[in-house]
Design a protein around this ligand. Structure first.
Ligand code: SAM
Ligand code: SF4
Length: 366
């Protein structure tokens, strides 16, 4: 006889089969998962939500991921790089408004000029804020030297989604060439951890060819990797990408959202003290998507501080929200949403995960 959801929820560890059952749960069983994840969030994280002011630094990318609207093979977006002054203006806004941290995200570029530009920006943000602003980078796969240089210049968190932990599926959503190598991506995560970063990863949910079994594997992968933070959300199609061809075989958007919410809740149950982002892609499907994610376990929000003139050119997927809301409108809207979700904002704090603090202090004792 198969185990009930309530029995599974009492366990400390979940097998792949348990996670498949949990991801398929509906009705009262689904409510039981959300009740449990909300309890765990309250106990281990509290009700503080941390802001990371996001700057989408550049849409210039040397890669050609089959799902992404800014892939190098898409001629439509005007390619841009936010200027240093604009980044520093965003940093000042973040500082003045009590955001503890910033995230700099961009397409993947591995040339020396880019590495130096990022290093200079890191130094200037640190200088401008007197070291107060924490900095997360999300710039894809880089050499070990570049990761070290950026760490030395003040970046202390790095987010690199594995996108899917299933090797076969990975190669169905990426070109099969040396630039899109599953093992290099996994190795990047290991390097970042060795260097001393808070390491984040994540996956897309509802990809073509993806099954609930794959997603159960993703949860086990994130747990095994012992990540400090996770950003994951629904896959959303973009008409100028090769995966658009499969749009009719995708799960309905509502289901992709629903499963994404369950993934957040289950990850919170499995990894009690990590940081989990309520991602923009969740809001793209459901207007209250981020609040719903906060309720079931997420604790990080990334308000967009990218200057408005660049936003139309950073369209990773269709219906990306907040294209016309500047930083202060975005701030007001978010504060209201967070209070609605019963949380409060952790102003002026970096908000690194307790998980990172624990694993690094225990390794110091070894
Ligand atoms: N270039 C870096 C990288 O790939 O790691 C960082 C920027 S990339 C745009 C950030 C994330 O956007 C990717 O890791 C991917 O998960 C997400 N993304 C791209 N296309 C998407 C889509 N169509 N739907 C949902 N998320 C998408
Ligand atoms: Fe480039 Fe990242 Fe988009 Fe891939 S997901 S095409 S690496 S920006």
């Amino acid at each position: 006889m198969s185990k009930s959801i309530n029995t599974i929820l009492l366990q400390e560890e979940f097998s792949h089969a348990d996670l498949v059952a949990l991801l398929n749960a509906q009705g009262q069983d689904k409510t039981a998962i959300y009740t449990r994840s909300a309890e765990i969030k309250k106990q281990y994280i509290g009700n503080k939500v941390y802001f990371r002011g996001l700057v989408e630094l550049s849409n210039i990318c040397s890669k050609n991921c089959l799902y992404c609207g800014i892939r190098s093979g898409n001629p439509k977006p005007g390619r841009y790089m936010v200027t240093e002054d604009e980044v520093l203006e965003a940093a000042s806004f973040a500082l003045e408004n009590g955001y503890g941290s910033m995230v700099l995200q961009s397409g993947e570029r591995c040339d020396e000029k880019f590495a130096k530009t990022v290093s200079d920006l890191l130094k200037k943000i640190k200088e401008l804020s007197g070291g107060k602003l924490g900095i997360t980078l999300s710039m894809g796969e880089q050499t070990e030297d570049t990761y070290r240089e950026w760490f030395a210049n003040g970046a202390h968190r790095y987010l690199i989604r594995i996108e899917t932990s299933d090797r076969e599926l990975y190669y169905r959503i990426h070109p099969k060439d040396k630039k899109h190598d599953f093992d290099i991506r996994i190795n990047a995560l290991k390097l970042l951890r060795e260097i001393g970063y808070n390491v984040g990863s994540g996956v897309m949910i509802g990809l073509p060819f993806q099954t609930i079994e794959h997603l159960a594997g993703d949860l086990l992968f994130l747990k095994q990797l012992d990540v400090d933070m996770v950003g994951m959300g629904p896959f959303i199609e973009h008409e100028d990408t090769p995966l658009y061809e499969f749009r009719d075989s995708l799960w309905p958007k509502k289901d992709r959202f629903d499963v994404s919410l369950k993934m957040v809740a289950l990850l919170r149950i499995m990894m009690k003290d990590i940081n989990i982002a309520a991602t923009t892609a969740m809001q793209a499907i459901d207007k209250q998507g981020r609040e719903k994610a906060l309720k079931v376990g997420a604790n990080i929000i990334m308000p967009n501080l990218t200057p408005l003139k660049y936003r139309e050119d950073y369209l990773l997927y269709e219906d990306k929200p907040c294209l016309d809301e500047d930083a202060s409108q975005c701030r007001n809207c978010l504060e209201a949403r967070i209070h609605m979700a019963g949380d409060e904002i952790g102003f002026n704090e970096w908000g690194d995960s307790a998980h990172f603090a624990k694993r690094t202090s225990s390794s110091k004792l070894d």
